[in-house]
Design a protein around this ligand. Structure first.
Ligand code: ADQ
Length: 484
């Protein structure tokens, strides 16, 4: 008995020591440290992620099967975590070759060139995609949560499809975890708000969280949604609800207290419904740091050369082509700058990389056309001798290509009208191992809470954008280093 007891004590001491090592605050997070952390704290409980978008899309071009990583913050933030930890990622299989590349259960090992975890694809019908994705997710919840003065559209038929697809995702997961004890389930984003409650009801032993990647609006704003109670009840099925900022947590708690019968514990920031407790916590999401070594050496200007950009000063924008990202306002800022400081004519180019997104939603098609028209208008006003101020690239770039562009850019403009976090801001800073360059950042992006060295602006003001770009371009190297 004595030997058993002291063995137990030794084990506890050893694991405590390992825990202390992991917790050392000065050691940076790496894939290895994360893996160890999962082992030590979560005892290797299997991890399941559910999201609408899949991390790898298989397509067919002239009969040839290809794959790519779609542009978007959820994938950028979570894919490296899954690569480090392993597990199963359940998502909508949206690519034309997704079914034929997966097995009979819809599963495929990914990344395709170096498998580390399982992707399980969920098939959706056209009607489901139209109602759940285009309709309720992107025409109702997205504008509801972003303060950009775009009116949400609430259609009962979209809501029906949203409920149906949420139930489909939940069932897919429940089938997967049928023989798995105490799984960890990480539900992602506003597409799947109803999933946590469905899972928790069947599987109380599962640890369920939902992370809301976009802002949570004020209670008054959220209350215009006809199905607000059902959405809140779905989310409160989780053990943990995460947002990027404390402000979004505060807004959520306010909304719950106005809408749902519950007990709110402000000390621990949690909501009790009966015996069930849901913690509400901020997790300022980030990126996999590219590493200093990779970011050294001279920046590669090949892409700029290919695009025929010969200007001395490069201002860069990288966004999904989304009306929340403030691309039109940014172009006005450039126009104002060139009017105020004509010396920049012929010397400066704004390279705007804009990845097409949600093209089956009318608002997005309209916005894409407006962005093109506005770039043409500004270019027509200033173009001389083969130079024009705006180069608009409406396509997807790989993260490797973006890294080179970040390293060539004197200024990165991240000026959304409202954004949960915005990872482009973090990618730009992380890419600048030389600690040069300057970030102009919207005060309405969650990232403005973290990145104190950025030049903050109100993106609605062309004057502020112009003044910030001028400040960034005139900034001394020592000041750039200090801020970076
Ligand atoms: P997004 O709205 O997609 O994410 P963001 O955080 O800026 O916004 O991430 C965009 C990602 O897509 C970045 O990794 C960027 O490099 C990539 N990207 C953008 N344009 C691209 C292009 N043309 N080619 C290739 N890649 C491109 C949502 C929320 C955000 C929140 C994230 C993560 O709207 O507020 O920060 O989720 O939680």
């Amino acid at each position: 008995t004595k030997v058993t007891k002291s063995l137990k004590q030794a084990r506890v001491a050893a694991s405590e020591e390992a825990r202390m090592r992991l917790e050392k605050l000065d050691s940076p997070w790496t894939a290895e440290r994360l893996r160890e952390f999962i082992k030590a704290y979560l005892k290797d409980r299997p991890i399941y992620i559910l999201s609408n978008r899949e991390p790898y899309v298989h397509t067919k071009d002239n009969g040839k099967i290809e794959w790519h990583v779609p542009a978007g913050g959820v994938i950028t933030a979570l894919e490296p975590v899954m690569e480090a930890c392993g597990g199963t990622w359940i998502a909508h299989g949206s690519g034309a070759a997704d079914i034929e590349t997966a097995d009979t259960e819809g599963k495929i090992q990914v990344p395709p060139d170096e498998p580390k975890y399982t992707l399980k694809r969920v098939s959706l019908t056209d009607k489901e995609i139209q109602g759940y994705y285009n309709g309720f997710s992107n025409e109702a919840l997205w504008p509801l949560c972003h303060m950009v003065h775009t009116r949400p559209i609430f259609r009962a038929e979209d809501w029906i499809q949203y409920k149906k697809v949420n139930a489909k995702f939940a069932k897919t997961l429940l089938d997967e975890i049928r023989n798995v004890e105490r799984p960890i389930v990480l539900v992602q984003d506003y597409h799947l708000a109803l999933v946590p409650a469905i899972i928790k009801k069947s599987r109380p032993d599962a640890l369920v969280s939902i992370f809301w990647h976009i802002p949570w609006p004020s209670s008054a704003q959220f209350n215009i949604c006809p199905w607000r109670k059902e959405l809140l009840e779905g989310m409160l099925g989780a053990d943990l609800v995460g947002f990027h900022t404390q402000q979004h947590c505060n807004n959520f708690i306010d909304t719950v207290s106005n809408e749902i019968e519950s007990r709110i514990d402000y000390e621990h920031f949690s909501v009790f419904r009966g015996e069930h407790q849901t913690l509400i916590k901020p997790f300022p999401i980030s990126i996999a740091f590219p590493g200093r070594a990779e970011a050294h050496g001279t920046p590669d200007r090949t892409i700029l050369d290919t695009l025929g950009i010969r200007s001395q000063r490069i201002v860069l924008g990288v966004d999904r082509l989304d009306y929340t990202k403030g691309i039109l306002e940014r172009f006005k800022g450039i126009e104002f700058l060139l009017d105020e400081h004509p010396a920049y004519k012929g010397e400066l180019t704004l390279l705007q990389i804009a990845s097409p997104t949600r093209e089956s939603v009318e608002k997005y098609r309209e916005y894409a056309a407006q962005v093109t028209a506005e770039a043409e208008r500004v270019n027509k006003k200033f173009a001389t001798n083969g130079w024009k101020p705006i180069i608009l690239e409406k396509r997807n770039y790989s993260h490797d290509e973006l890294l080179h562009l970040y390293r060539c850019a004197d200024v990165c403009l991240v000026t959304p009208l409202h954004d949960g976090m915005n990872l482009v801001a973090k990618e730009y800073v992380a890419a600048r191992a030389d600690e040069s360059g300057a970030l102009v950042l919207s005060q309405f992006a969650g990232a403005s809470r973290d990145l104190k060295g950025a030049i903050l602006i109100n993106p609605y003001s062309a004057e502020e954008a112009s003044a910030a770009i001028h400040t960034a371009l005139s900034m001394q190297k020592t000041e750039q280093h200090r801020r970076m």
